[in-house]
Design a binder for this molecule. Sequence first.
Ligand SMILES: CC(=O)SCCNC(=O)CCNC(=O)[C@H](O)C(C)(C)COP(=O)(O)OP(=O)(O)OC[C@H]1O[C@@H](n2cnc3c(N)ncnc32)[C@H](O)[C@@H]1OP(=O)(O)O
Ligand SMILES: O=C([O-])CC(=O)C(=O)O
Length: 449
Amino acid sequence: MEMKSMEQNKLSSYAEGKKQICMENDKIPKKLYEEYGVNCGLRDENGKGVLTGLTRISKIVSFRKNKEGTLQPCDGELWYRGYHIFDLIDSLKGEYGFEKIAYLLLFGNYPDAKEEEAFFQVLSEARELPQNFTRDVLMKAPSKDIMNSMTRSVLTLASYDKRKEFNTLEDNIRQAIQMIAVFPMLAVYGYHAYNHYENHASMYIHRPDPKLSTAENILRMLRPDASYTQLEAKVLDVALILHMEHGGGNNSTFTTRVVTSAGSDTYSAVAAAMSSLKGPKHGGANIKVMEMIQDIKDHVPDWEDKEAVENYLAKILDKEAFDHKGLIYGMGHAVYSVSDPREKVLKFYVQKLAKEKGRDKDMALYDAIEEAAPVLIAQKRHIFKGVSPNVDFYSGFVYEMLGIPMELYTPLFAVARIVGWSAHRLEELVGMNKIIRPAYMSVMREREE
Ligand SMILES: CC(=O)SCCNC(=O)CCNC(=O)[C@H](O)C(C)(C)COP(=O)(O)OP(=O)(O)OC[C@H]1O[C@@H](n2cnc3c(N)ncnc32)[C@H](O)[C@@H]1OP(=O)(O)O
Ligand SMILES: O=C([O-])CC(=O)C(=O)O
């Protein structure tokens, strides 16, 4: 927000003066949570969430019972509509799967050939923005923060929808398909606008090709010559499938369900979810990982020296380096403990690509962080369920090797997760119809006049 610098300085110094009182009045001691049995972050310490709903869309497994019947942390599992994510990806072989898996998540059944073809066609036809939208909305006030540009575009799309007020189930299904179809354009064109106006690069807008899959179209629209290899599109397709859905409790999907339960329209629910996803503790971590890796390279002269990397990671945890937040990005998860299954798949592709592209030295750095970070975090924090690399740890490296600019990493997460959000919105509308309204225990002190 632009203000005159004098006003800005006055306001900033007022805000500075109010820091202390906020710290005093807004801090709630951790022991009160224990005393009243309130789970901080709606989770207990082993990652089990407070139950807030039922879903048939997906399942996340991070604990299994052993022979004695006690729950033990296990390798993470992710299931979409009854299918294990590894089996879904294996079953695709060389084919692209984004559209099929989107159908599965949205409608609950794996599509047969006819359903697949019809959905592909509908999605291709919906891949069109309103007339002059690119010129009038996307090219105006471009930003490096593509998540913000996309959110603005989503809210603006609402004014082009003459049936927005009706909010029937069929309107919601249509809007979900339209969102899934246009998200790649909002992301890529938003990037081109930023790259042109802020970085003075040449501007080109390639229209999507209705015959191509979502992953192919993303690469086609992104690259100046619209070309890509089949392997590149396949890797992107797999990455998108892995990011599509992650239960009802992740921050952005829960946001979708909360806003939906209030009766708000698709555009507002999606805008809220976007605002959640961009957070660096959630989907925004993929950009942070890449910035952190660059920071390590800049500060550890020999980044093949494992001990030096470990020492620098310790500084990051002690808030003495990088962004001073004390987090090693791409590590840890609210639910998973031993492993995140999506990271395993991404690592498989990363290793393949890194070899092909001569990035062995970078791969060794990632390996060193993957080995050292969980141990260091366990030493310096209170760990109850284990820490391991999450989906964001390798996704940026994959995208980088595909020549995708960093500004698009979190937007690509959104291009995939719009499917999960849409499925959860439909499930909320059909199956719930009750406003979500949890309780906060008041620890306020009543005061005398
Ligand atoms: C798509 C996704 O959203 S995946 C997650 C992407 N996010 C990141 O990669 C950011 C880095 N990671 C994190 O911030 C965390 O691991 C989160 C937000 C994902 C989960 O946090 P929590 O639910 O608090 O995890 P958990 O209960 O296991 O944490 C235990 C302790 O370890 C700390 N911790 C967990 N992960 C990290 C990390 N990567 N770096 C530093 N400390 C960490 C927590 O802050 C907590 O500290 P405390 O002792 O002060 O309470
Ligand atoms: O489940 C979570 O809390 C975060 C996550 O991995 C996702 O949304 O993909």
